[in-house]
Design a protein around this ligand. Structure first.
Ligand SMILES: [Zn+2]
Length: 274
């Protein structure tokens, strides 16, 4: 599953390639990718729409068009390729956007879990998947009192609740471990037991971890290769995640791996005491 920074990278690469282009034709080869509206309507309504801007909300990529937002979620394996109408359609290319300049953007997804919605601009605040999303890490509404209020009745481990996209968006399994390490919080601590200081640390460190990851994604944008498709995968410099039995960068204790809520979880038993 791409994490927030990877989605941000994909959005930025797409922006550099398709801004200002107008759609001449859309062909959907795997209808289940299109969640809303019906496939025929989806294909017809996109004709003549120009891509004016590219945005991101949580892990959704938003194509801002004349009358619509096209929302794309890559889920596990979704990526975009750039082709021309002369190139044969290959396996796993499920949605093909042909622009009036005779270039093509093709949505490719080996697992077919990705989703798209086409939503009228004036309806973006009343229907669709964005309504369920919590605050972005940089939203000024993401405060200690907001988190305290959300967490006070939750007895689940903080590691599990950090992944809940209806509270804060963009923290995946990897980032959750990194945020808790920097915040010196044990991953199994119950949410309702966290102090104000802990919550403040979570907010600050979420921003730090994600900003660092997005900066690493910037390197990917510069080295982007068309042959690989736009997927945004890149190597992160991580403190604990994936580093079982390696020394903790702060105290040297070997990093422990465990499972919290069914997810592989890495932490330092010394720095993140219960
Ligand atoms: Zn440590």
């Amino acid at each position: 599953m791409p994490e927030l920074a990877e989605v941000e990278t994909v959005k930025e690469v797409l922006k550099g390639k398709i801004l200002g282009k107008t759609i001449a034709k859309v062909k959907v080869y795997w209808p289940n990718i299109i969640e809303y509206p019906e496939v025929k309507t989806f294909e017809q309504e996109l004709i003549g729409e120009t891509i004016h801007d590219m945005k991101r909300r949580g892990k959704w990529i938003l194509f801002e068009l004349n009358h619509y937002y096209l929302l794309s979620h890559l889920r596990m394996e979704g990526k975009y390729f750039f082709r021309t109408p002369k190139d044969p359609i290959v396996k796993h290319e499920h949605v093909v956007f042909t622009f009036i300049d005779q270039t093509e953007m093709r949505y490719h997804d080996t697992r077919k879990f990705g989703k798209m919605h086409l939503i009228e601009k004036e309806q973006i605040d009343s229907i669709g998947p964005l309504l369920e999303l919590g605050y972005e890490p940089w939203d000024e509404n993401l405060t200690i009192s907001y988190l305290k209020n959300k967490y006070k009745t939750k007895h689940l481990p903080i590691k599990t609740v950090l992944l809940d996209q209806t509270i804060i968006v963009g923290i995946g399994n990897i980032y959750a471990d990194e945020v808790l390490f920097l915040s010196k919080i044990n991953p199994v601590t119950r949410c309702c037991d966290l102090t104000k200081k802990d919550l403040g640390a979570i907010i600050e460190n979420t921003k730090i971890v994600l900003e660092k990851a997005i900066a690493a994604g910037g390197t990917t944008i510069r080295t982007y290769m068309a042959s690989e498709g736009v997927h945004g995968k890149f190597v992160n410099n991580l403190n604990v995640h994936g580093r079982e039995n390696e020394p903790c960068p702060i105290c040297g204790t070997l990093i422990t791996k465990t499972k919290v809520g069914g997810r592989g979880t890495y932490f330092c038993v010394e720095c993140q005491k219960r």
